[in-house]
Every structure is written in C-alpha cells, then in structure tokens.
Design a protein around this ligand. Sequence first.
Ligand code: AHR
Length: 494
Amino acid sequence: MAKLYVNPGNPKSKINRELYGNFSEHLGRCIYEGLYVGEDSPIPNTNGMRNDVVSALKEMGLPVLRWPGGCFADEYHWMDGIGPKESRKKIVNTHWGGVVEDNSFGTHEFMELCRQIGCKTYINGNVGSGTVREMSEWVEYMTFSGVSPMADLRTKNGHEEPYTVNYFGVGNENWGCGGNMRAEYYADEYRRYQTYVRNYYNDKKIYKIACGPNSGDFNWTDTLMKVAGRYMDGLSLHYYTVPGDTWEHKGSATEFDEKEYFVTLRKAYYMEELILRHGAIMDRYDPKKKVGLIIDEWGTWFDVEPGTNPGFLYQQNTMRDAMVAAINLNLFNKHSDRVKMANIAQLVNVLQAVILTEGEKMLLTPTYHVFKMFRGHQDATLLESSLATEEIGMEKDKIPNLTESVSRAEDGTLTLTLANLSLDTAYPIETVFAEGTPECVSGTILTGAMNAHNTFDAPETVRTADFTEAVLDNGAIRFTIPACSVVSLHINMK
Ligand code: AHR
C-alpha cells in the first residue's frame, strides 16, 4: 500500500493557470488546416477558425496561447500579415519545409482566435532579423488606444479597439535559430529591445519574457540574470523529451518497446533537475522569485510520421505521451513558486499536439485528455503532499513508479492528479489527510497500453472514463491505480 499524505493546512504557491498553456507556430499544419481554414472553407468555421478545434480547446480550458513561433518568430515581419488578404505578401517559410506562407493568418486573426477560445495572448517578437522599431511598432499597433500612426493603421484595418497583449517574448532561441548570439550579446540586445516594448495601458502591464536557456545551458541563465534580470518579468526555458540519441534517430512515436518507454520517461523527468538548477541560479539574483521561469517549449519530439514532410514535425501521440504530460504537469505544479507559465509544443498537428486533424476530421490525443483532467489545478493553490514511491524501469533508465500533485481551488475543492508509470503493476493507494476529512470523491481515469493511440478511423481508442474505485474509508481515500494510467480525483472536504 503506497501512502499519499496531503496537508491542507500547508498551502504553498499559486498554480498559475498559464502552466497549462500551449504554443502555435507557423509550422506544418498547426496554423493552416489545424486552426485556421479561412472563411470560405467547407469545414465549419467562424471567421476562418475551425469550430470543432475551438470548441475542444474551450473544453480543455486552454488559458494562454503563444504565437507566431518558435524559430518562425525571428523571421516574421508582422506588417506582412495585416491589411487586405489579397495584398498580403507571400513569403517562403524557410525554416519549416520551404512552403509558401501567404500570411492570411496574421495579428488580427491570432487575436480573433484567442477571443473565440477565451484565452490570454502571448506574442513572440523578432530580435534575430527584426529591428527595435519594428518590434516597438507592433506593440503600438496592437495595444495603443490614442491617436498614433500604428493605432490609426489598426483602425484602418478594421479594429478600432486596442487588443490585449498579456505576454511578450523578446526573441526566441536567440542562442540558435534566433540569431546564434552569445549570452552576453543577447543580454544587451534584450535590454535594448525591451525598452521599447511600451506599456500603453496602466491597468494591464505587458509581461516581458527574455529568451532563456537551451535545456542545461546554465551559463546562459547566469548571464541573463546578471546582466538583464531587472528588466524582465520572465525568463524562458526550452527542453524537449527526445528518446533517441541523435536528431536523425529520435525514435518512432508509436513503434517502441519497453526500454524506449522508460528512456523517454527518464528523459521527461530531467525537467525537474532543470527547474531546480536554473531556479537555483535565478534565486541568487532574484531571491524573492519575482522573475518567472517560463517553460514555453516542452514535450516529446519523435521522428515524423512515415510519408509526411520532415519539415512539418507531424507525430502521433500515445499513452506514453500522456505519461510525459502527467510527469511534467505535476512537476510544474510542484514548482509553481518559480514556474509561472508553460506552453507545450504544439497545439495542433505538430510535435506533442493535443489535437490532430485530417481534412474535416479531428481527434483528441491522450495528451489532450491529461490537460483536461488536470484542469482543476488551474489557479488553485498547491498543497503540501508526499508519496512513498519505488524505483521502476530498466537498466540505467530508472524512474519513480508514481507521480502526483494536489491543489485546492478557491471553492475548497481538492484536485489530486496521479499517474502510475509502471507497465505491469497496479498499486493500492491510501490517501491520508493531515487536516480535515474528505466528504465525497469523484474521479476520471485514462488508461491503455503504452503505445495505444487514437486514429482517424478509431478516434476513441484512448479516452477518459469515470473512475469509481476511490472510496472513503475512515477519513482516508483508498483505491488501486492500474498500470499505465492517469487518475484525477475531485475531493470535497468536510
Ligand atoms: O517547436 C519547434 C521548434 O523547436 C521551435 O520553432 C523552436 O523554438 C524549437 O527549436
């Protein structure tokens, strides 16, 4: 019997709803086909946005969306994507597949998408190939409400009211595709560019995010915090879970054995070390944790599906991805004192997507279900909890068998999310409370074989079910969690 201790008397940090954010880039079929099909499409849409996808994202509770990249952001010139569609520039998407980008999805369309979903906006600006003036004018175009050249242009393009920009990224991966800069150089550039990301409204300040490290580049974090820490609200971190040892052989999304399953989960757990080590460096410069760690690209990265464009990064999504999602989301909750936003890559049809589409068809991936099951954590307060785990896995790929986190919402409801990463062992769990008594419990489960996934012919192979196993027993909650499954419980306390 594994004991899970929960202490409702020890509330910890707030779990920002933005930890459940997502990322959409002009890459493959994410924006075009996945989200935006245009007003004239036979696929049901509202102002060009797919109705089926928007409604699924609302149900999942998507809180914030990052756009337009990724590597695309540092090649994107926002003026190409405004004004009458027929006169927008057609360009080559050099980074992703060399396809024609007709710019029919631009600033106004992104804002309309976020309006329909009801989520916050995270715009990523161009430092690598853009100018300070260009970035500054984009912010003015989107957010200024008075008389100015950019506000007038926005009005001329059909939107008199200013838009809300909640988050603004000053460049993306500037150590790589965003200009191959050195940390010292970028830190100075960040200071300069962010100066002109003006706050045109008093009540809603733009949260400015500096480009942070690639995975374990601790020197980058140290330099950025030292040189530019006081000019930023957030520092990003990018880390992908790639089972293979080389980019040429990352591993298949669906064809893998037990060894590769455990390699993948071990690599997913590396996220905790990254949060702790980057967090420790940030603590040295920012002990009050004013600067958020913004994990705005994370998730699995496998070989593309056979026969698809290698530049489109289209991959399937299995129960293994569900486990990676559960590990990461529980970690983000547990470290929500420093981690203030996270954006899985990417929303639709790219990398660890929550939704896949094919023509008019749409399916929800196992990762989608995990995000929806964890929804109760959004804006809740993390509670102290601990669980005795045991080591499982193969050879050097050892991981804890269980991962969990517990939070309390404003209305007092507790959400407990737990994943059993074992492929063959179910574990009995006894949840005990240091304070208070559970009055009623209900739950949801997602379970299946490690490579189970949904296809357009069988879209409901992996889906959630009610979890009725959890019973109240003398102030505790008992249940058995099956192998390879994710469970979420909603608990009302007396
Ligand atoms: O998400 C795909 C790519 O991964 C992004 O464009 C880039 O920022 C990262 O390297």
